[in-house]
Design a protein around this ligand. Sequence first.
Ligand SMILES: C[S@@+](CC[C@H](N)C(=O)[O-])C[C@H]1O[C@@H](n2cnc3c(N)ncnc32)[C@H](O)[C@@H]1O
Length: 219
Amino acid sequence: MPLFGKGRKNKSRVVERQITGRRFLGKKIWNPKTDWAKHSTELSWIKGTFGKFWRTNSGENFIYSRYHELKRPQLVLDWGCARGVAATELALEGGPRVQVIGYSKDSYSQWTKNDEVTFIQCHQKELGKYLKKFPQIDLIYSHFGLWHLTGGWPTSKLKPDSAEHFKALFSKLSDGGRIVFNGKIFNLTLCKQLAQLLGNSARVEVDRWENVICITKLS
Ligand SMILES: C[S@@+](CC[C@H](N)C(=O)[O-])C[C@H]1O[C@@H](n2cnc3c(N)ncnc32)[C@H](O)[C@@H]1O
């Protein structure tokens, strides 16, 4: 740990693309059309996309309201953070109220210069190991990240390893914590699958456009 930069294992297996600075684990053929690299989405856009799920029922900011209620910094994970633009903005906005982790299977050279966010680059199945040193997570948000695990519309079918990953993320949530993620269009089948997978301790909701899913861990 990290996680990234100093002390990270398997450094030699990372391949960096000169143009974008994107660093892949292992060998990967670069496709400029799909290389999510030049820009990462800003926090204001993500907040807008996640809408009511970024807030409490009474309309307050979910993280800051919990910070005041629980009197401890809120641990937030940006799953599929790319360059870490939104994660950094959140860390700066939240100050002592938040601790932000950015996770992605690809990393970027500028991660090393970033002191605001703890970045993790690893394969999805390794993430649990890296998260062990952190306490429970209060918010996991993912803007077009976790969506990659859902098979996409119209099938929106969780593969067994994706289902396991959702379960693992859910088990890492604190009581009342949330996983919020979006996709192009989900159907209700995915919500039903997630609800079935996670059982009675999860409330799974979708926004009215079926674009954002919010999973809450019930206490
Ligand atoms: C479409 S980009 C979105 C980036 C960023 N959230 C944004 O909105 O600008 C998807 C991100 O998810 C990451 N990602 C996709 N599949 C992943 C997986 N199976 N494990 C870890 N990261 C993954 C990619 O590396 C990339 O950073």
